[in-house]
Design a protein around this ligand. Structure first.
Ligand code: PMT
Length: 397
């Protein structure tokens, strides 16, 4: 699981720093590539020579190489890593991480890292329980960093309580789970899927032929990767079943809009795969409308644009992925929709392509980002298409 993974271990000043040696040893045994950063205070608890010997790499202890004028590139190190783990994270380091203070090499790497960040606090029980520390931890977690909770037990102070750094074996298990499940573990994903039906009267509607198969495949895949999925679907034959999927059935675009607004709480990813009817009848007859020999004129009015409205709520932490179903000028229309609907990625499927249709099992897609990057895929089963889409989303997450 860990073989070939690039792991950056940052050690700050706490008695638990000696356990960093064990973490490095287990990682190396698992054939991970390990680089270690230490703060000045960490060096008082375990030596750089120990960690350098175990990791078979020089240890980063300052901005400069061997006290020369040559500096270590903290940005490159953050980009190199698949994951950054700060263990132990002392109260001091935690507070600086939360405040964005950058007065040592560890903090400069933390601030520039693009990879997922895990941190394992280690300190005395009262320090951990202090509202200031708790506020810092909560702030870090709210920004997407992953907390590895402290253990309860004997502490260096002689007291007993919660504050010990999690055991190295626990930290390794969490890292293994990270690489097994990827970026979606415990993330909240909202997916719209299927058609919407816009009622004409009590028995007739305007709709389209979306089967919801594309949304279904995406929902199952996200759920299998550990995400919590809110699946908001128009009327279709089959709905995905998985403990991680909450299905909410709707009929019309107005209903889908309402549910999306209510469910858009703590959402990390929103995927708009639904074929929402752009128009609805201006008036709905309560009962079945009977024919009377005269033409029936129906005025259609625009439905809410769900992706666009929810797009206005998007913050920097959230990623929105839209679909574009086109028959002509696909690329131009898809790129316009990225801007108009505030998407981070758009998946274009064109009904011009053989094998692409509502209800079918296959799809052929091109994914665009706002910077004109595009990736095209062959015609594939929708299950495999979902895998391609999720892989691309993961690389942007
Ligand atoms: O369900 P299947 O049979 O498996 O078919 C899959 C699919 C073809 C429906 C799916 O792959 C797809 O393309 N879904 C989006 C269809 C669509 O409505 O595209 P659009 O180009 O009209 O809309 C652009 C985006 O805005 C989409 O993300 C759409 O969900 C969203 N939208 C559109 C209109 C609206 N009123 N509200 C929206 O949220």
């Amino acid at each position: 699981m860990l073989a070939g993974k690039k792991i950056l271990l940052a050690v700050s000043g706490s008695i638990a720093a000696y356990k960093a040696a064990l973490i490095v040893r287990i990682l190396m045994k698992g054939q991970a590539e390990v680089r270690v950063i230490m703060t000045e205070n960490a060096k008082k608890f375990v030596t750089p020579t120990t960690l350098s010997t175990l990791s078979k790499q020089p240890v980063y202890t300052s901005f400069y190489k061997n006290d020369s004028e040559e500096w270590h590139n903290h940005v490159a190190l953050g980009i190199w890593a698949d994951v950054l783990i700060i263990a132990p994270a002392s109260a001091h380091t935690l507070s600086k991480m939360a405040q964005g203070i950058c007065d040592n090499f560890l903090l400069s790497v933390f601030l520039s890292a693009r990879c997922p960040v895990y941190f394992a606090p280690a300190m005395d029980l009262d320090m951990l329980a202090h509202p200031a520390t708790q506020k810092n931890i909560n702030l870090l977690v709210s920004r997407g960093n992953h907390l590895i909770a402290s253990d309860v037990g004997d502490l260096a102070s002689g007291l007993n309580g919660k504050g010990r750094m999690a055991a190295p074996e626990t930290i390794i298990k969490i890292l293994e789970a990270h690489f097994k499940i990827g970026a979606f573990y415990n993330k909240k994903v909202l997916i719209t899927s299927g058609p919407t039906y816009e009622a004409l009267d009590s028995v007739r509607f305007i709709g389209n032929h979306s089967s919801g198969k594309m949304g279904y495949a995406l929902a199952l895949l996200f759920a299998k990767k550990g995400a919590q999925v809110v699946f908001i679907s128009g009327p279709v034959k089959n709905y995905p079943i998985h403990p991680n999927i909450k299905v909410i059935k709707v009929t019309s675009a107005d209903e889908m809009m309402e549910v999306c607004k209510n469910q858009y709480v703590d959402i990390d990813f929103a995927v708009f795969a639904a074929a929402v009817a752009d128009y609805k009848p201006s008036k709905t007859f309560d009962k079945k409308h009977k024919k009377d020999g005269t033409p029936l004129n129906i005025t259609l009015i625009e439905n809410p644009d769900i992706a666009r409205e929810i797009g206005k709520l998007k913050t920097e932490k959230q990623l929105h992925i839209g679909f574009a179903l086109e028959t002509n000028d696909g690329e131009v229309s898809a790129k316009l929709k990225i801007k108009r609907k505030n998407f981070d990625l758009i998946v274009l499927n064109s009904l011009k392509d053989p094998g692409v249709n509502f209800g079918g099992d296959t799809n052929k897609i091109t994914i665009f980002d706002p910077f004109d990057k595009e990736i095209s895929f062959e015609l594939k089963h929708k299950k495999e298409v979902a895998q391609d889409i999720v892989k691309i989303i993961e690389s942007y997450a």
